[in-house]
Design a protein around this ligand. Structure first.
Ligand code: FES
Ligand code: MG
Length: 587
């Protein structure tokens, strides 16, 4: 087989243009690289460094990078590390969601415009994984995911406390007056005992598991806890492997096929993945040149049982999940039940089935089987409506309390009606939720709008609205909720979310008024506003789209270009998928 010429040669060893070559070379020499090295024909491996002081969940990649570089050098490559745009899920205002596409864009520019033959994507915190995979898909040069891994399991007063999930619990206890402000702070801080990303099955753990399920990371990489020695070891192995991937010309398009995306949906359903995964996976697929209709989550994923007993759907945390067998154990169970596409190629150069030929001692407290799952049919329900195109509901987190109150009418199982209470964004919700005049009771559905990719730029994670304090004190912990925003993957709320199209672009969620009756029918996957057709069209004529204020230039650009959650909230450019391996990679 004729070896494919490295694209970095166009920069560092182009005899047709000695002046340009010299210019490209000399500035890399100023910190000690040598000309011999850069002209040796060894692949240049980019390390897309997502860790910084602003990205605490990924910060330890700054130390791991020395092991990554050891691996690259050992396999005969040359490492070049560069920073990616930081995305800190809990710290970025107005939303970290806004930065996913920005980080994507900037990584595409770097991979396209610099002498990089292959890239290691360092991923951890929620949006760092989809942003990196979207960029690798667009550019289509050999790429491998190195997850940073979760924090160790948290514990507070002898009880397990997991990232994010503890906040929802603590705020209820605080609202009921059962804990003080200081106890609130201590309880939440206890969920973060070490370096790493969220230790629940939130968006970070879910998206890194999905990267592994897609075949984009080495087997077992997703959930090794950040401080474990195995994390440094797999950093070394990942560094070694990417060099061979460049020689094998093993590009993302050979790995992230339609079948690989279907595998990802299956794994996501079995692990009770975050409700942010549908839009992220759709976005990655679209940047790979594939259409992944939201309906796939229903048809492929819905009847998959929940196999992982981790918060928010279950009780354990990621360190325990890793020791129990991690993602490979889940994939083995799916494979055993003929659910996975087994012949899909992965970054190892082997198929999914070949990768899974390993002995795993599964801990059945944490990882369940198809015969004895935590919840049956636990994937997402894709809902349709007379006032929106699609929304999703994560069924694995429907609590017994919720099931009993809303879904167990013997004459009409899984069907209920509720009275809408509408909020215009999270600020409005916080200021009015305890207002007695709203008459919120068990028959209410809390609805929020103005929170989609355009409305609250990037889409706010706010749909899991907590009931008023007086209901919490009566033991009513969850009300039905619906909105055009997202919610944290760490939330245990069975919200109806990601409503598309959003109100800010004129979606019909705008016409719903407080007091309207809403019918929710999970059997037929319908949510309907129970008012007449004439009333609907009258209201449509009279609704006004709120005027939005941009706080930064990027908010303005994003609002003009971003699509809806249903289609991945991508920037709707014509070049979602570039594939520079088919071009010279140069202007
Ligand atoms: Fe970064 Fe959860 S806040 S992973
Ligand atoms: Mg989040």
């Amino acid at each position: 087989m004729k070896k494919k010429e490295l694209r970095s040669k166009q920069w560092f060893d182009n005899p047709n243009d000695p002046a340009l070559t010299a210019l490209y070379l000399e500035r890399y020499l100023n910190y000690g690289m040598t000309r011999q090295e850069l002209q040796s024909g060894k692949p240049i491996i980019g390390i897309a460094q997502s860790g910084s002081d602003l990205s605490p969940c990924n910060r330890h990649f700054q130390e791991l990078s020395s092991r990554i570089k050891d691996g690259i050098r050992q396999a005969g490559g040359i490492p070049i590390e560069f920073p990616t745009h930081p995305i800190q899920e809990t710290g970025k205002r107005p939303t970290a969601g806004l930065d996913r596409n920005l980080s994507y864009l900037s990584l595409v520019e770097v991979l396209f415009g610099y002498p990089i033959d292959g890239v290691i994507l360092t991923t951890g915190c929620d949006k760092t994984t989809p942003a990196a995979l979207m960029a690798a898909a667009t550019v289509n040069i050999p790429a491998i995911v190195l997850s940073g891994g979760p924090m160790l399991d948290g514990s507070y007063k002898g009880k397990k406390v997991g990232s994010g999930t503890v906040v929802w619990e603590a705020r209820k206890l605080h609202a009921k007056g059962e804990i003080t402000y200081d106890e609130f702070m201590d309880m939440v801080a206890a969920s973060a005992p070490s370096i790493g990303h969220c230790n629940t099955m939130g968006t970070a753990s879910s998206m890194n598991s999905i990267a592994e399920a897609l075949g984009m990371s080495l087997t077992g990489c997703a959930v090794i806890p950040a401080p474990y020695r195995e994390r440094s070891q797999i950093s070394f192995e990942t560094g070694k492997r990417i060099v061979d991937m460049v020689h094998e010309d093993l590009t993302p398009s050979k790995i992230m096929t339609k079948e690989a995306f279907e595998n990802a949906i299956l794994v996501a359903s079995a692990i009770g993945a975050s409700s942010n995964c549908p839009p992220h996976l759709t976005a990655i697929a679209r940047h790979m040149g594939l259409e992944l209709d939201i309906e796939n989550w229903q048809t492929i994923g819905h009847d998959i049982p929940l196999l992982v007993n981790c918060q928010p759907a279950g009780e354990h945390l990621m360190e325990r999940f890793y020791r129990a067998g991690g993602v490979p154990a889940i994939m083995q169970e799916l494979l055993k039940n003929n659910k996975l596409h087994k012949n899909v190629l992965t970054v190892s150069g082997k198929t999914v089935e070949e990768n899974l030929k390993i002995k795993i001692d599964v801990d059945s407290d944490v990882i369940k089987s198809f015969e004895n799952p935590l919840v049956e049919n636990a994937g997402y329900i894709v809902m349709r409506s007379n006032f929106f195109s699609s929304a999703v509901m994560k069924t694995s987190v429907i609590s017994d309390e919720f099931r009993k109150r809303y879904l167990s009418d013997p004459k009409n199982k899984n069907v209920f009606e509720a009275n809408a209470v509408v909020f215009e964004g999270p600020e409005d919700y916080h200021s009015r939720i305890n207002d007695e005049k709203l008459n919120i009771d068990e028959k209410s559905i809390l609805m929020i709008r103005g929170c989609g990719p355009v409305g609250y730029p990037g889409s706010a994670e706010v749909v899991n609205m907590q009931p008023p304090d007086r209901l919490l004190k009566k033991g009513i912990n969850t009300l039905p909720t619906l909105g055009d925003g997202r919610q944290s993957g760490t939330s245990e709320s069975p919200s109806i979310l990601n409503v598309s199209p959003e109100s800010a672009i004129g979606g019909d969620l705008l016409i719903v008024q407080t007091g309207d009756k809403i019918k929710i029918d999970l059997n037929n996957r319908r949510i309907d506003l129970l008012i007449s057709e004439t009333e609907i069209s009258d209201r449509k004529k009279n609704t006004k789209i709120p005027v939005l204020t941009n706080q930064t230039p990027w908010q303005e650009i994003s609002r003009k270009m971003v699509g809806q959650l249903e289609t991945g909230a991508c920037l709707e450019t014509e070049s979602l998928y570039l594939d520079i391996t088919n071009t010279k990679g140069m202007p």
